[in-house]
Design a protein. Structure first.
Length: 209
């Protein structure tokens, strides 16, 4: 299934739905609901919860739409997927203090944004719990001590700020390949360390294993 482009027609549709147009809302659900449900199916979420998550995601999309239109960083597909992963994380967290089974890159990125003070005020940045944010600060401090500054800058500028790798390469005096490798290295460190520290909150002996 191809993904609808966020052209002037779909922006208008979303705007009308946000204004309370029932027909527009049903069209939004028909257009984007299948993609959200597909993403939900790839998470630990129970299938019976997926429709409720889909409704919550679309509600957040309508609320946060003006912020997306102002920034236009990245594609609408990525933005919608990120909101979906946040909604899944929130639901899993409501049933378990930290859903270690779903520490998705989108959720980690939110924690990074909030831990280094780069988050926006819209609803897409609220998924990370205070505990996860604090542990992310801890991992970030570890990386600042272990990695060269351009490596962290390359990650921050591409993953958090949304700049293209080619532009970041020019900013930092690096090759485009080096920028991608730096981003991958930081992402890998976050994915490896955060689950260990989260487990360690309940089992301190696990942190240094």
């Amino acid at each position: 299934m191809s993904f609808p482009q966020l052209d002037s027609i779909s922006i208008g549709l979303l705007t009308r739905a946000r204004g309370g147009d029932g027909d527009a809302w049903y069209r939004v659900v028909a257009l984007y609901g299948p993609h959200i449900l597909k993403w939900c199916s790839k998470t630990p979420l129970r299938s019976s919860d997926a429709p409720d998550v889909c409704q919550e995601v679309l509600r957040k999309v309508l609320v946060a739409l003006p912020d997306f239109q102002r920034k236009r960083r990245g594609s609408f597909r990525n933005w919608l997927r990120r909101i979906t992963h946040h909604a899944v994380y929130d639901l899993l967290r409501s049933r378990n203090a930290e859903p270690l089974t779903f520490l998705h890159d989108d959720v980690i990125l939110s924690a990074v944004e909030q831990s280094i003070g780069r988050s926006s005020s819209d609803e897409t940045s609220t998924a990370a719990s205070s505990g996860l944010i604090e542990l992310t600060r801890r991992v970030w401090a570890e990386m600042r001590a272990a990695l060269e500054e351009p490596t962290l800058d390359a990650y921050t500028l591409t993953a958090v700020e949304g700049f293209p790798a080619k532009e970041v390469a020019g900013m930092l005096g690096m090759s485009v390949d080096a920028v991608y490798k730096a981003r991958s290295r930081v992402s890998k460190r976050l994915r490896e360390r955060l689950p260990v520290l989260l487990v360690g909150e309940n089992d301190p002996s696990a942190v240094d294993r």
